[in-house]
Design a protein around this ligand. Structure first.
Ligand code: G3P
Length: 223
């Protein structure tokens, strides 16, 4: 399972790219607004340091979404165009996909919606697990069911588990067979943590320092 970062904050992306653990970024209008930058400028900047950058259309009608999607795709070859899971969104996504643009269908909450996304040739479908949990439904079960249906039907669309709220979601997405999980920066950082790693590393370094302190002082250099 590939890990993407679910943010439009450049500094977070830069740091995670430095760790070598992420393969892409997902943005949406909310995340762009939070980052407080111009959409085009920010997406282009992110595309300079990482591939697979999802940028979302904000039009509501099919034809407007097609025009907007083409514009987003023209910004950089790394852009994946996100369209909403609506009739207009899928109709626009179909045209864009046929043209060769990689399309990510967002706001997916069911297996049937994932089947519709696959039918238009979407490159990615994004089920939002956390938002299903929010309404007392089992978000990760929906992710697992979409993966199972896609495998059964030999569908190539990639399943991207989104709305990941905690490290357990990430583990569950991997066990469910998701191709990608997109994570807030805070969740990515939490994945590093284990008390035994921290304790073990402290002990290794303490023991190393002790051996250094125990070394006899170097003899003075001969003239
Ligand atoms: O990519 C967007 C998705 O991950 C949303 O997450 O936490 O706003 O439901 P959230």
């Amino acid at each position: 399972m590939k890990l993407f970062l679910d943010t439009a904050v450049y500094e977070e992306i830069e740091e995670a790219v430095g760790w070598g653990v992420i393969d892409g970024v997902t943005t949406n209008p909310t995340l762009i607004a939070k980052a407080g930058h111009d959409h085009e400028e920010q997406v282009k900047r992110i595309c300079q340091i990482i591939g697979n950058v999802s940028a979302e259309v904000v039009s509501e009608k099919r034809d407007d979404m097609i025009v907007e999607g083409r514009r987003l795709a023209s910004w950089h070859r790394n852009v994946i165009v996100k369209v909403p899971m609506t009739p207009d969104g899928l109709a626009a996504g179909k045209v864009l996909a046929v043209e060769g643009t990689r399309v990510n269908v967002t706001l997916c909450f069911s297996v049937n919606q994932a089947l519709l996304s696959a039918a238009i040739g979407a490159y990615i479908v994004s089920p939002f697990a956390g938002r299903l949990d929010d309404i007392n439904e089992d978000g990760m079960k929906v992710v697992a069911d979409i993966v199972a249906a896609y495998r059964q039907q030999e569908i190539k669309t990639l399943v991207l588990a989104a709305s990941m709220r905690n490290p357990m979601h990430v583990t569950q997405a991997a066990l469910a067979g998701a191709d990608i999980a997109t994570l807030p920066f805070s969740v990515l950082k939490q994945m590093f943590n284990h008390p035994l790693t921290e304790a073990g590393q402290k002990r290794f370094l303490d023991d190393y320092r002790k051996t250094q302190e125990a070394k006899p002082a170097a003899a003075p250099a001969k003239r």
